[in-house]
Design a protein around this ligand. Structure first.
Ligand SMILES: N[C@@H](CCC(=O)N[C@@H](CS)C(=O)NCC(=O)O)C(=O)O
Length: 203
């Protein structure tokens, strides 16, 4: 198997953490800037987006949450849905919506440097703030070291770390002490520590 990923992508990070939590961290990774339209990525994903997981059969699985779904079917244990699947999935939905909103702000700046303050930019910002506030009010819980991180934890921590990475100086990001504590505990796990967002290496 081969995973196309970038070090900045929160979506790729969700897939990478999920693979590692399932004990599949030895899957070969191909560092790929999706914006460079690498032929191998385009062959795996017509949308030219990361993550894309190429199975040994040659079949590609794209979309972060579908990669998680595929993992659940192939390797049900340990489950990424945790003890309360409803809650894990619900929180993951809130976090993924905010990841979409945050990523949309970053991408839209490429064509409109003033996007952040535009009506649509402010709407996307509101989504991020509202999701962080909702997750902060009722944060997912991480068990002890032996417990697997569920999808709610994976998505919430991925969101928070992405916001810190991309919007470090933003004054509109709310204080989230409970999520900060969760992220700091999650960082004790190799799956989270080894996938912290960072700029892509210069080529
Ligand atoms: N819904 C997709 C989103 C993937 C996505 O947008 N990835 C970004 C990187 S953060 C990408 O590859 N963008 C390149 C492009 O949009 O052309 C998922 O969950 O995997």
């Amino acid at each position: 198997m081969r995973l196309f990923f970038s070090t900045t992508s929160p979506y790729a990070r969700v897939a990478r953490i999920a693979l590692a939590e399932k004990g599949l961290d030895t899957v070969e990774g191909t560092l790929t800037d999706p914006w460079h339209d690498a032929p191998a990525l385009l062959a795996a994903n017509p949308s030219a987006r990361v993550p894309a997981l190429l199975l040994d059969s040659g079949l590609p699985i794209t979309e972060s949450l579908l990669i998680v779904l595929w993992l659940e079917t192939q390797r049900p244990q340990p489950s990424l849905l945790g003890a309360q699947p409803d809650h894990a999935i619900s929180r993951a939905g809130v976090a993924m919506g905010a990841i979409d909103a945050a990523a949309a702000i970053i991408i839209s700046r490429r064509i409109d440097p003033g996007f952040d303050e535009s009506p649509l930019g402010l709407r996307r910002r509101r989504s991020v703030v509202a999701a962080l506030e909702r997750l902060e009010a009722d944060p997912p819980a991480l068990g002890d070291r032996d417990a697997t991180a569920d999808l709610g934890v994976i998505a919430a921590v991925t969101l928070l770390d992405y916001i810190r990475f991309r919007f470090a100086a933003a004054t509109w990001v709310p204080a989230t002490p409970r999520l900060d504590a969760l992220a700091s505990r999650a960082r004790e796990r190799p799956s989270f520590a080894s996938t912290l967002p960072r700029d892509m290496p210069k080529t």
